[in-house]
Design a protein around this ligand. Structure first.
Ligand SMILES: Nc1nc2c(ncn2[C@@H]2O[C@H](COP(=O)(O)OP(=O)(O)OP(=O)(O)O)[C@@H](O)[C@H]2O)c(=O)[nH]1
Ligand SMILES: [Mg+2]
Length: 1031
């Protein structure tokens, strides 16, 4: 162990070159933690005995991780490889913990991306490659579990080679697509990758590596490994060995030992396929010189006993020195492992690649800075020049990874995690800081120093992601000062106190528990921009309500939830409108762990957990309807009319369906919209966008959004309807352009996927004044062309008197509130509306004149409550009624699901899928194995317990991963009752018909929310009656 001393601070500057910060990323179960074990056993300073490597899973130190045998959090460990010090972060592969991948990637400069050689690329492989790309990490590839190709699939070396080639080809394809910004989400990338782009299986061996390819074995950034048996190699390991034997230079062999290169034994020349006489039987050099000897070693022990003659041959030919005691071992597996670990030690292969291919912190930060602290073009003036100059200085010290003591300190905390106080190193425990309270938990920050030197006891500023050094007035809101109490080097679970640490290192910091909830930037100066936010693959979508079994424990639960919220980077704790404590997690496994943590660590009381609260949306039918017809509707007569109780306001509402691409776009852009509508400056917006890592640089995000909105409606013209002709398209697009000038509000919550358009001014009821509204949103989005000012406001002022006009104007906000209320709770089951456009015409009439004599308007309104409230309510009711009238439909959330099942369990798997209303989109045999990969959409409402049920029915042989995909309208009419003869014949006369799915889901939500549900109660076995249950 590294002793507690000042070591880190005293390292001289050149030492930075000897530091590497890396993380291990992969799909679940591809062997990350097993690999980490070997690295730790070899270079972890003796914390793990080599005999235990691969079995202990040192980095999975939580009980729950050991029990389930999956990693759930990222944690770091310091290794010493020669003179290099390497900070290694192991990360989880399970989708539920993908946020931990983001936090690990942020702190690293390079990533070891593992791929199981049998299973190949999976959904999380896509996700981690994307994270690495977003965070500008240098990736290296490790093809793990090569032993499975030999022992399980029994492939020949040649077959194995083709398979390895194909995986590398596929991974390269994914990375290059991310580079060219082809993919927006992981599901996109998964769905769009064809199994191969035209390259037939047998042709893979002929594919020359593309210069552009990210991963190339001959370049040294690919290692072939078996973490379980502790071996691995890169091409260079063999290039050096064969150099003298084949009489070629190591550099030549480095190029020749991969790809379509053959060795002509007669001429002792390295040739291409054409240059070889018996081309059909020829094996590439990689197969002949690397895989074949490897296969031999495995073959000697494959039959349950050791073929010692053969083994001796291999041992001799590679000059291995293995103690005979080990060779004599009775257990063939033990013999195999001692030969392989001596011949091709895994940790050396991996770490030599790391040291060679992954940049040191200084080199890495010089280009990562554009992602971490994007440049901001702010015009300098007298007021801000000091601030900007200093902020620029900070940025350049991050860029240079300046580790001198007088450089500004900049630290990024990527997550907070809790450790029981008793786990802290001795001597630290007594120091019980107020921070930790009496919970017995201590909060530590997982952090990397990007510039300067930090030391225990130092005071630094904590900047939230919203902090802006140019906005002095916001300072108190987004900035705090905090003292770092202790610093630790992390050795997995172990913490080694250090006095100070300098730029380029990863540490745990104690003392920030009160100041940071999830992540933050620390700085020694307030003139510093906060680091750009991390990107998470999914949002916490699985929600449950939690309450204590004993109501008296409410206080403990509250405290526990607060602690959990701080200890878990991803969980979301909220209180619902109905006062329930709602916990949102990324998935079932995550949820289960959170509940366990709450019960056993943070709240320590027994809890009741509700079934998942599934969210729905409400919309109307109209997917395939002719959009032009739809557009005409709003001018037609199909509307719902409501009158306020006092009769002074008549409200007419039209509703139509927005094109689905537009609704999706609005939904996805809610953050950006919030920023635009909240009045952020163009520059601030641009920075935000680039820091999100999408969008083309140099494009104004508002313009980009409006362009995409236009594209969205246009793309809808072409979907489904092809015979409408040019005229029609032009007309529709003109209509939309006009409409986009009339956007009054978005809802619910000001930025939702529903639009309120201003009413058309022509249709005014005699004697009334129309509440005209104001296209505020169009204005902010830049749809209003100021030059063509068709200002309609002046013409209509002839009708009605001044006071009435003013009253109408003052009622605008009531209409808006009514719209917001309606869109946040639709008529089916009070769930938010989705993808609807409303046109609300509210006509205000003057105060009734016949009662004008002496009882004037003074006491009139009170009779029915305040007028504004009446209007708001009438608008809300009218909107909801309009939706009910236009064939309402339920919209449900769908997961994308990836399943792996052995052939013999396919039947059971499909049974489970169909019980869950799943829709299969693709099924594919993984060639060479008996595994099927199936992709399907599963409704979120059906997903609870899905993985467990699958495991049960397939004896644990199938696995499934779920990730949120999209919203989809259920085409069923929830109010369907068979009416025509044919329908009655098919579905029965309504008395015996089963409720359809949409209706069932709606009723379940209504019951949960305590809304009235119409239920059929079986009164007599033969006769049913409908009873309204008013709850
Ligand atoms: N045959 C074989 N099995 C391996 C190899 N490496 C790991 N395994 C096994 O694969 C399983 C998963 O290994 P882990 O190291 O826990 O996988 P992981 O990637 O850390 O998994 P998560 O952290 O849960 O994502 C374990 O049963 C390992 O023993 C290998 O090279 N060959
Ligand atoms: Mg693991």
């Amino acid at each position: 162990m590294i002793p507690c001393n000042q070591e880190l601070a005293l390292q001289d500057k050149s030492d930075l070159k000897l530091v590497r910060n890396i993380c291990i990323l992969a799909h679940v179960d591809h062997g990350k933690t097993t690999l980490a074990d070997h690295l730790i056993a070899s270079y972890g300073g003796g914390v793990l005995h080599p005999k235990q490597a691969g079995k202990l899973r040192f980095m999975d130190y939580l009980d729950e991780e050991q029990r389930r045998a999956i990693t759930m959090k990222s944690s770091s460990i310091g290794l010493h490889y020669g003179e290099h010090s390497i900070n290694l972060i192991d990360s989880p592969g399970h989708m539920d913990f993908c946020s931990e991948v983001s936090t690990a990637a942020r702190l690293s400069d390079g990533a070891l991306v593992l791929v199981d050689a049998v299973e190949g690329v999976h959904i999380q492989t896509h996700a981690v490659l994307r994270q690495a790309w977003i965070e500008k990490l240098t990736p290296c590839l490790v093809l793990n579990k090569v032993d499975r190709l030999i022992c399980e699939l029994r492939l020949s070396p040649m077959e194995a080679y083709t398979r390895l080639l194909r995986i590398i080809h596929e991974v390269n394809g994914i990375v290059s697509a991310y580079k060219s910004e082809k993919y927006l989400s992981d599901v996109d990338s998964l769905l769009s990758v064809p199994s191969s782009d035209g390259v037939g299986e047998e042709n893979y061996e002929l594919v020359e590596d593309d210069e552009e390819d990210t991963f190339q074995p001959q370049k040294g950034n690919v290692v072939f490994a078996c973490a379980f048996d502790g071996w691995g190699f890169g091409i260079s390991n063999f290039a050096e060995f064969y150099a003298s034997k084949l009489g070629a230079s190591p550099a030549t062999l480095q190029k020749a030992l991969w790809g379509p290169r053959y060795f002509n034994a007669k001429t002792k020349m390295i040739v291409g396929k054409k240059g070889i006489s018996n081309a059909a039987k020829a094996r590439p050099m990689f197969v002949q010189f690397i895989l074949e000897p490897l296969w031999q070693v495995y073959q000697t022990t494959l039959e349950g006993h050791v073929d010692r003659v053969m083994l001796d041959k291999v041992v001799k030919s590679f000059n291995l020195s293995i103690p005979s005691r080990e060779l004599q071992n009775k257990d063939p597996k033990a013999v195999l492992q001692s030969v392989m670990t001596r011949w091709l030690p895994l940790s050396d292969a991996i770490l030599s690649m790391v040291v060679k291919c992954i940049p040191n912190p200084a080199a890495a930060q010089s280009y990562r800075v554009s992602r971490l602290l994007p440049k901001r073009d702010i015009l300098e003036n007298d007021d801000n020049s000091d601030v900007l100059n200093e902020a620029e200085l900070v940025r350049s010290s991050v860029e240079a990874c300046d580790s001198s003591p007088d450089a500004p300190c900049v630290v990024f905390v990527s997550k907070m995690f809790a450790v029981p106080v008793k786990m802290l190193p001795r001597g630290e425990i007594q120091n019980n800081f107020s921070d930790d309270g009496d919970s017995g938990e201590c909060f530590l920050a997982f952090a990397r120093i990007f510039s300067g030197v930090i030391f225990a006891g130092q005071r630094l500023f904590v900047l939230s992601a919203l902090y802006d050094p140019l906005k002095v007035e916001l300072k108190h809101k987004h900035i705090q000062e905090a003292q770092l109490q202790s610093l630790y080097l992390m050795m997995g679970q172990g913490l080694t106190p250090v006095v100070s640490a300098k730029a380029g290192n990863i540490v745990a910091i104690r003392g920030l528990g009160q100041h940071i909830l999830k992540s933050a930037t620390l700085s020694s100066t307030i003139n510093c921009w906060p680091f750009s936010s991390m990107v998470f693959q999914v949002a916490p979508t699985l929600k449950v309500a939690i309450e204590p079994s004993d109501p008296a424990d409410m206080g403990a639960l509250n405290k526990g939830l607060r602690l959990l919220n701080r200890a878990d980077p991803f969980v979301e704790v909220t209180v619902s409108a109905r006062g329930e404590h709602v916990l949102a997690a990324a998935g079932e496994v995550h949820l289960e762990r959170c509940v366990k943590d709450l019960k056993e660590r943070f709240a320590k009381v027994s809890l009741e957990v509700s079934p998942p609260l599934v969210s729905y949306k409400e919309t109307i039918e109209g997917e395939m309807a002719n959009p032009l017809e739809n557009l005409k509707l709003f001018s037609g007569s199909e509307y719902v009319e409501k009158r306020t109780p006092n009769g002074r306001c008549v409200i007419r509402v039209h509703v139509m369906k927005l094109p689905t691409p537009l609704s999706k776009l609005l939904d996805e852009s809610s953050e950006l919209l919030r920023d635009i509508l909240g009045g952020k400056s163009k520059q601030a917006l641009k920075n935000l966008e680039t820091s999100r890592g999408s969008i083309v640089e140099d494009e104004n995000p508002t313009e980009a959004l409006t362009r995409r909105m236009m594209n969205a409606v246009e793309s809808d013209f072409f979907s489904g309807i092809t015979d409408m002709g040019r005229d029609w398209v032009e007309k529709s697009s003109m209509l939309w352009k006009q409409l986009f000038k009339r956007i009054w509000a978005l809802g619910p919550g000001q930025v939702g996927p529903n639009i309120l358009f201003t009413p058309s001014a022509e249709k005014i009821i005699e004697g009334s004044v129309l509440i005209k509204g104001n296209p505020i949103i169009s204005d902010k989005l830049g749809f209003l062309d100021l030059t063509e000012n068709d200002n309609p406001s002046t013409e209509s002022s002839s009708i009605g008197d001044e006071t009435l006009l003013r009253e109408a104007e003052s009622l605008e906000s009531s209409v808006l509130s009514g719209f917001q209320l309606a869109t946040s709770a639709g008529p089916l089951c009070d769930e938010p509306m989705w993808g609807l456009a409303f046109f609300i015409e509210a006509h205000v009439f003057p105060v009734e004149t016949q009662s004008n004599e002496e009882s004037s308007s003074t006491h009139k309104p009170e009779q029915y409550g305040i007028f504004t409230g009446q209007v708001m309510n009438a608008v809300k009711e009218a909107c909801r009624a309009a939706v009910l009238q236009r064939k309402p439909r339920l919209v449900e959330a769908l997961y994308f699901c990836e399943l792996n099942t052995p052939t013999e369990y396919l039947g059971s798997m499909y049974a489970v899928l169909s019980r869950r209303r799943a829709r299969v989109i693709k099924e594919e045999m993984q060639e060479g194995s008996s595994l099927f990969t199936v992709h399907a959409y599963v409704p979120v409402s059906e997903s609870f317990g899905f993985a467990d049920e699958l495991r049960k029915w397939t004896s644990g042989a199938s696995s499934a991963l779920l990730v949120f995909s999209h919203w989809e309208t259920l085409s069923e009419d929830p109010f369907f009752v068979p009416k025509t003869e044919e329908e009655i014949e098919e579905f029965g006369d309504g008395s015996s018909v089963l409720q359809n799915t949409a209706r069932k889901l709606i009723d379940a939500v209504r019951r949960r929310k305590g809304l009235p549900v119409e239920e059929k109660v079986v009164q007599h076995a033969t006769k049913q009656r409908t009873l309204a249950r008013k709850v």
